[in-house]
Design a protein around this ligand. Structure first.
Ligand SMILES: [Fe+2]
Length: 231
């Protein structure tokens, strides 16, 4: 299983603040059946240039000691949406591993037509496929349903494990997964306390409510987009 969204690299954002904590988080994910972790530290164009960020991210990764039994780590970023990002020359530096995927965090306020047109231009301008991070957060504010028609075929959708773990949300999450609206699952883990790795809990809910086929579907979908033919 893949954890597609994590803040597991030490000392680079508001996620893990030490090598010891990163290792604890990685061990927890391994115990939950995760064999591949996508490291997606926050990137903000307001704070750093893409290439400088990538150098810092790679340095943070290099500090992690190799330990048998830990998941493989793919390097990426959670890119906060910025104006005209489809035209940013260095945007490809922020993609995930060798894939054509780029994880984008949309604004929490109102979206505009122009923002969505910009996102939809990323495949054409950059040859990259945007993956919108934790779309359930925007679904609550109705942004996602309003623009979903525009985004389909131009973007993919990631949900957090937490979406599957609470009452009313759970039903919505299971329905979205059933109809193919969720392409990626991530823990969005930041630490071992309030935002701990919880992929295993979400998988248990999916397995119980939808059966093993849904786990296989999710795993195959994530593998195909991450390691397959690409966009
Ligand atoms: Fe995140």
């Amino acid at each position: 299983m893949i954890d597609f969204h994590t803040h597991i690299l030490p000392g680079i954002d508001d996620g893990s603040d030490s090598i010891a904590l990163s290792l604890q988080m990685l061990r927890a994910l391994a115990q939950q059946g995760v064999d591949t972790v996508v490291a997606t530290p926050h990137f903000s164009a307001l704070n750093a240039a893409p290439l400088d960020f990538v150098a810092q991210r790679n340095a943070a990764f290099e500090t992690l000691p190799k330990e048998a039994g830990l998941p493989n780590i793919l390097l990426g970023a959670e890119v906060a949406y910025f104006d005209s990002m489809s035209h940013c020359e260095d945007l490809p530096a922020l993609k995930i591993g060798d894939s054509d995927l780029i994880l984008v965090e949309m604004p929490f306020g109102m979206w505009t037509d122009r923002m969505i047109e910009d996102i939809c231009a990323i495949p054409r301008q950059q040859g990259l496929m945007p993956v919108l991070a934790h779309v359930e957060r925007y679904a609550r504010k109705d942004q996602f349903s309003r623009y979903k028609g525009w985004l389909e075929d131009q973007a993919l959708f990631q949900c957090n494990a937490q979406f599957f773990l609470k009452g009313l949300d759970r039903r919505k999450a299971l329905r979205m997964l059933s109809v193919g609206d969720i392409h990626f699952l991530g823990s969005d883990c930041h630490n071992m306390a309030g935002r701990a790795p919880n992929i295993g809990d979400a998988l248990a809910v999916i397995r119980k409510k939808l059966g093993e086929d849904s786990i296989t579907y999710l795993n195959n979908t994530m593998h195909a987009f991450l390691f397959g033919e690409g966009v």
